[in-house]
Design a protein around this ligand. Structure first.
Ligand code: SF4
Length: 263
């Protein structure tokens, strides 16, 4: 078994991991960010555990729940309260990210509900693979979904993530049917996700949804290489260069040609 196969096997194991005690979850960290994880200044909670292994993942420390630390919903809410005034004044809110937050469904649902009930803007950053697990009530507590669509082509999607594309597209269509505000994230990797037909397929799919406020085209970078090294993992795209401006311009033009706002 090669390294990639071993990692994908580990990813599948995350799906079978027993849930944490009620009212608790496993997280890697929390942090503040501006503008990239939803509007304004965000308090971002990075949950642990992911059923995918994206070749360009920037957060390999969040892949396995056993590498995180347990925390209660109450502890997270106490920490959020410390920043409440700061994030509210800046028009921000709370973003649950990962890893894959829907792997710890009860913990994530509890956090979203409490933040929402407290008048905080809530965002969920997800691959959509487990979108079927979200109830409509949980979606109602989620003011914004940051949906990562890593490719419009099933074969490329599987190559990038190790998983199937269809659950993500199904979740995107459900969000559209419910009219939930959504931002799409697409990581542009030269030689992997930059194929014209692949980008065109994504632009067409997004244009048909009707609920997508913007598409973030995220240029691939290698800044996580050191994290991989420290974890004893090899970074599969170590030799891939970030996209140049010409490629970025072409991809933005493709989205704009379908009437989709991309940043
Ligand atoms: S879904 Fe996100 S956290 Fe999981 S491997 Fe992919 S990029 Fe990393």
């Amino acid at each position: 078994m090669n390294t990639r196969q071993a990692e994908l096997r580990q990813a599948a194991i995350e799906l079978c991991h027993p849930p944490a005690q009620p009212g608790t979850g496993v997280i890697s960290s929390w942090d503040l960010s501006i503008g990239v994880d939803g509007p304004g200044t965000r308090f971002v909670v990075f949950t642990c555990g992911c059923p995918l292994r994206c070749l360009y993942c920037q957060n390999p420390e969040t892949w396995r729940r056993r590498d995180g630390h347990p925390v209660s919903v109450r502890e997270v809410m106490t920490e959020i309260d410390r920043y409440r005034r700061f994030i509210s004044v800046a028009g921000g809110g709370v973003t649950i990210s990962g890893g894959e937050p829907l792997l710890q469904l009860d913990f994530t649902a509890d956090l979203l509900r409490r933040c929402h009930d407290n008048g905080l803007h809530t965002a969920l950053d997800t691959s959509g693979l487990l979108g079927d697990r979200m109830s409509d009530a949980m979606l109602a507590d989620t003011d914004l979904v940051l949906l990562d669509i890593k490719s419009s082509d099933p074969a490329t999607y599987r190559k990038v993530t190790g998983g199937p594309l269809e659950p993500t597209l199904r979740f995107a269509r459900r969000l559209a049917a419910l009219g939930r505000p959504t931002w799409i994230r697409f990581v542009l990797v030269p030689g992997l996700t930059d194929d014209e037909a692949n980008v065109d397929g994504l632009a067409r799919f997004v244009a048909d949804l009707g609920n997508v406020e913007r598409v973030d085209v995220l240029p691939f970078h290698r800044m996580a290489a050191d994290k991989y090294r420290k974890l004893g993992l090899s970074f599969p795209l170590f030799d891939v260069a970030p996209p140049d401006q010409d490629l970025l311009n072409r991809v933005h033009a493709q989205f704009h040609a379908h009437g989709v706002a991309s940043t």
